[in-house]
Design a protein around this ligand. Sequence first.
Ligand code: ADP
Ligand code: ZN
Length: 204
Amino acid sequence: MKLVLIGAPGSGKGTLAQGLIKALNIPSISTGDLLRNSIANGTELGKTAKKYMDEGKLVPTELVLDLLKERLAEPDTKNGYILDGFPRSMEQAELLDSMVDIDLCLYLDVDKDVIVNRIAGRRTCKKCGAIYNTNTYSSPVCECGGELYLRDDDNEVTVAKRFDTFTNTTSPLVDFYRNKGILKTVKGQDRAEDTLNKALEIMK
Ligand code: ADP
Ligand code: ZN
């Protein structure tokens, strides 16, 4: 099963992916996490990417593609995978289309006011990338022992720009996958478990 997740920043893609990993027993590949790892490792690619990320813009596709291809070459992707954050533009969707056959695209549909609320409380694990929210989890440490932090791009100004990037550049992908006949929409307003259950129900 090769799955693509599409949703605005803060819509809960990463959280849904965490649930799907366990339920479907396939890995999730988050291009945002791959980029943040490159930044943490101090690579040239990471340094270049950070400038775009801090402005809420898309990182140039060739940079993301290198990381993605490297990750897709790892053996745990043999039985499929979840793509969280790729593709994010028509250019990327066409590229992906020429590389692999995607079985399903889940579009996580969430109202903007819910999103703004969520991002303010979002905390991310420095070590494993797991996502928490201060409303439901008060410890400063992840289950894996890593430190939880507020992402550099999770501030009000950058979030607003990321939202615009989603509306202008990423949202056309919903029609792209609908036209291919592989789009399913999941409402993601409620608790994470409810969203996961809805997604699993749709996939049956
Ligand atoms: P969110 O979905 O909440 O915005 P991500 O972790 O998926 O968070 O992405 C964070 C940032 O990483 C994006 O704003 C963008 O700058 C960059 N990024 C992630 N995936 C891609 C991609 N496929 N193409 C270009 N830039 C990307
Ligand atoms: Zn962790």
